[in-house]
Write a protein of this length. Structure first.
Length: 207
């Protein structure tokens, strides 16, 4: 279901992640079609997708697939749908997600008096982290990393919950509707075949 008959070259796969060949609208419709045809109930598919989408709003980029799959499995969600849901986090959305998490996290930490000084700008923090990495300054890199990870992790908690709710209910509605229409089409097709078979049998019996 998820493999091409003729695999694309690796460069085309990378290009497709950055910009789909047939546009974002067509790509979104194709992804929705694949989700709807997954085995399982509307709950399992929507729940899995919601966890994948929600995990995209956490700073643990290298663990998104593992976290989404594990969380979906724990509550009976579809693991494949969870992995597809992680596509919400992509090269186009990650800069906005990370910037939003960083700013929201610092607002929360300041409101709780965890930090009193004004946090540095997002680009400045990453610039310092990059300079520390290039100069092999492990202490400076660790300090810059913690200055980013802490507020992003704090903000990820409410963002995770909101993203899960916003993803789950519309997806369940769409998947349930698709499966219902698909069952109706299959039932009509079966009824037509039965009617054609009955007509053919009647014609053979007619003298």
């Amino acid at each position: 279901m998820f493999k091409r008959r003729n695999p694309l070259p690796r460069i085309e796969v990378i290009r497709g992640w950055i910009w789909p060949r047939r546009g974002w609208m067509r790509g979104g419709m194709y992804t929705m079609h694949r989700l709807s045809r997954l085995p399982g109930s509307g709950y399992s598919i929507a729940c899995g997708f919601a966890f994948g989408s929600a995990v995209s709003f956490t700073p643990f980029v290298g663990l998104h697939l593992v976290l989404a799959g594990a969380l979906a499995w724990l509550v009976g969600g579809n693991v494949l749908a969870a992995w597809i849901g992680t596509l919400v986090g992509n090269p186009w959305t990650f800069p906005f997600i990370w910037l939003g998490l960083y700013k929201l996290g610092n607002v929360i930490l300041q409101a709780e008096d965890v930090i009193s000084e004004t946090p540095p700008d997002f680009t400045d923090v990453f610039s310092n982290m990059w300079e520390a990495a290039l100069s092999f300054d492990l202490n400076g890199f660790a300090e810059s990393l913690s200055a980013v990870i802490l507020p992003m992790t704090v903000a990820a908690v409410p963002c995770f919950i909101i993203a899960w709710i916003v993803s789950y209910f519309p997806m369940k509605y769409l998947v349930d509707g698709f499966k219902k229409r698909r069952m109706q089409r299959l039932l009509k097709k079966k009824q037509k075949k039965l009617a054609a078979a009955a007509k053919s049998a009647g014609e053979r019996l007619t003298p």
